[in-house]
Design a protein around this ligand. Structure first.
Ligand code: CA2
Length: 157
């Protein structure tokens, strides 16, 4: 039986991911961000997905703060900000909901600077390297963690 979640799942995307499907297909594939949105919605089944992308660090942080109150869980592809943003890490550390970090490529197998990561320490887990499938897996993992928590809360009531 799958628990109905009271709040939506947030899927947030960082800078340049709006270009998906238009550039660097050898690294990021042919799917557009709209295709990825569709895959996330399908993977979420009956759960509601709030799917957004921004090129602005402050806006991404505002959305993370919004997720604190409004979301059951967060899937985050921080894109370049994952390698640079202490501010994003600080925002993520204020969350009490499960966070799943997600990447299309496998940053560990790319340039050395991509091994610096400021957000993984605030995530329950990281899914990287599977293209759009990374998002589907991340959505399933995040909803599974959210349902575990909702079940635990319900059984304590
Ligand atoms: O693999 C990922 O999902 C990344 O988060 C993508 C980031 C990169 O900085 C991370 O190391 C790994 C880059 C996003 C840029 O997206 C583009 C998509 C199409 C064309 C150009 C850039």
């Amino acid at each position: 039986m799958s628990l109905t979640l009271a709040k939506p799942l947030y899927v947030l995307n960082g800078p340049n991911l709006n270009l998906l499907g238009t550039r660097e297909p050898a690294i990021y594939g042919q799917a557009t961000l709209e295709d990825v949105r569709g895959l996330c919605e399908a993977a979420a089944g009956a759960a509601t997905v709030i799917f957004r992308q921004t090129n602005h660090e402050g806006e991404l942080i505002d959305w993370v703060q919004e997720a604190r109150e409004q979301a059951c869980a967060l899937v985050l592809n921080p894109a370049g900000y994952g390698h640079t943003s202490v501010a994003l890490l600080d925002a993520l550390k204020t969350l009490d909901i499960p966070v799943v970090e997600c990447h299309l490529s496998n940053p560990a197998a790319r340039e050395r600077f991509r091994r610096t990561n400021f957000v993984s320490s605030a995530a329950a887990g990281v899914i990287s390297g599977f293209g759009p499938l990374s998002y589907e897996l991340a959505v399933k993992a995040a909803l599974s963690l959210a349902r575990e928590r909702a079940g635990a809360t319900a059984s304590q009531a």
